[in-house]
Ligand binder design. Structure first.
Ligand code: ADP
Length: 404
């Protein structure tokens, strides 16, 4: 009897276990998906459909990319990690003056015949954002901006933009300004000298001129002086712009250079009631450049700082090290520059407010900062301004420390 009860209990326990296992299996099956052979066939078909859809999307993307590259004005090349061209659009062939398709399989060096492009591609291979301007082949070859970018597969993308026309127009503009200033300089200098003589004669004892006439002669003298200054700054600018890179290179101590440049303006500042203060770090590391030109930059900045401090606030000139650069700055507590104008003050001929300028010093050419920016950039540096209207401005430029 006991045995049969035990047997019944055992059978019941077994049945419960089996039922539980069946339920677990059902759960697992339902989470895994259909399990019958019919279900398996359906799911395989679904998988195939998904794969087909993905393949179609990839194909569409490829077609789109090919179309885009074909019609793009910029030249686009893709290279493998060995810098061999594996893809190049029609614009790339056109810019490099090659027959369609002939760039494929060539190395970057064979394609461009230019070491600068090869080093851009190498930097891109290493993951750096590389860009440079190159003038290809002979004098008639195009001027290209080449941008390099690492491709996902380990190769590189090279993007080419033709800036030949832009550079040609810039050259014509520079030549035009240069010629015009040359033509204007001689007659203007003569007129200026004559106005100066007239003004002196009008002021001489015994010269019996009505005050109104004397006043007008004085104004003619001042305005011709401005014209002469504008023409000579225009000449400076076009010379600097067409000069490309700087000629004379010396090891320079920016502290000393800033001090000397500031000294030249001390008298002018005193006349405006402005106190000049120079603060420089001792033993500043050298920068490399043309001392006369960098001195000109400091002079332009200090001159402005004094000119735009009508209430005679102090002007502080500093030279200090920051990271790998020497920063030279000129701080004033003058009229300041509205935020909207700050980005534009380095453009040629830009002036914030002509009436304010006249009130301050009686004129300006709007070229001083354009010249300063050119000079600083030719030295591999950058220039910027921080300013609050009504409170004052700090103009600063950074030059790389010279590492011999
Ligand atoms: P210029 O001084 O001959 O007009 P710049 O190119 O040197 O030409 O300066 C351009 C303009 O930037 C000036 O006309 C002036 O409006 C503004 N500016 C330059 N320096 C300062 C300064 N320190 N404070 C206020 N405004 C300035």
């Amino acid at each position: 009897m006991a045995l049969s009860i035990l047997l019944v209990v055992l059978v019941a326990a077994l049945a419960v276990l089996l039922l539980r296992r069946e339920a677990t299996l059902r759960r697992v099956r339902s989470s895994l998906g259909p399990s019958t052979s019919a279900d398996a066939g359906a799911s395989a078909a679904r998988l195939r459909a998904t794969a087909d859809r993905a393949a179609a999307v990839v194909q569409d993307e490829r077609t789109d990319r090919a179309r885009l590259l074909e019609h793009l004005g910029s030249g686009v090349l893709r290279t493998d990690p060995g810098l061999r061209v594996v893809e190049a659009n029609p614009a790339a062939h056109l810019l490099l003056d090659r027959a369609p398709g002939s760039l494929l399989g060539r190395t970057v060096m064979e394609a461009f015949l230019d070491t600068a492009v090869e080093s851009i591609a190498r930097s891109a291979l290493e993951g750096a954002q590389a860009v440079g301007e190159v003038h290809l082949a002979d004098a008639d070859g195009p001027t290209l901006i080449v941008r390099g970018q690492r491709a996902v597969d380990g190769g590189t993308w090279l993007i080419l933009d033709d800036v030949s026309e832009l550079r040609r127009l810039q050259r014509i503009r520079t030549e035009f300004i240069d010629n015009l200033s040359h033509e204007l300089r001689t007659p203007l200098t003569t007129v200026s000298l004559l106005a100066e003589t007239l003004a002196r004669e009008a002021d001489a004892p015994g010269a019996d001129l009505p005050p109104r006439m004397r006043d007008r002669i004085g104004k003619i003298e001042i305005e011709t002086g401005h014209l002469v200054q504008m023409v000579s700054e225009l000449l400076d600018l076009s010379r600097i712009e067409s000069g490309g890179t700087i000629g004379l290179l010396e090891d320079l101590d920016m502290g000393q250079l800033a001090t000397e440049a500031t000294e030249r303006l001390r008298l002018f500042a005193e006349r405006q009631g402005v106190r000049l203060r120079v603060v420089t770090e001792a033993d500043l590391p050298s920068v490399r450049g043309d001392g006369a030109r960098l001195g000109q930059v400091v002079i332009n900045l200090v001159h402005n700082a004094v000119k735009f401090s009508p209430d005679g606030g102090p002007v502080t000139i500093r030279a200090r090290v920051e990271g790998q650069e020497v920063i030279t700055s000129v701080e004033d507590r003058g009229v300041g520059i509205p935020t909207s104008a700050q980005a534009r003050v380095f453009e040629r001929f830009y002036k914030v407010d002509r009436s304010r300028l006249r009130a301050v010093e009686g004129g300006g050419t709007g070229l001083g900062l354009a010249i300063a920016r050119h000079l600083v950039e030719q030295h591999g540096g950058r220039i910027w301004v921080e300013s609050v209207e009504g409170r004052g401005s700090t103009f600063a430029f950074a030059l790389p420390i010279f590492v011999p």
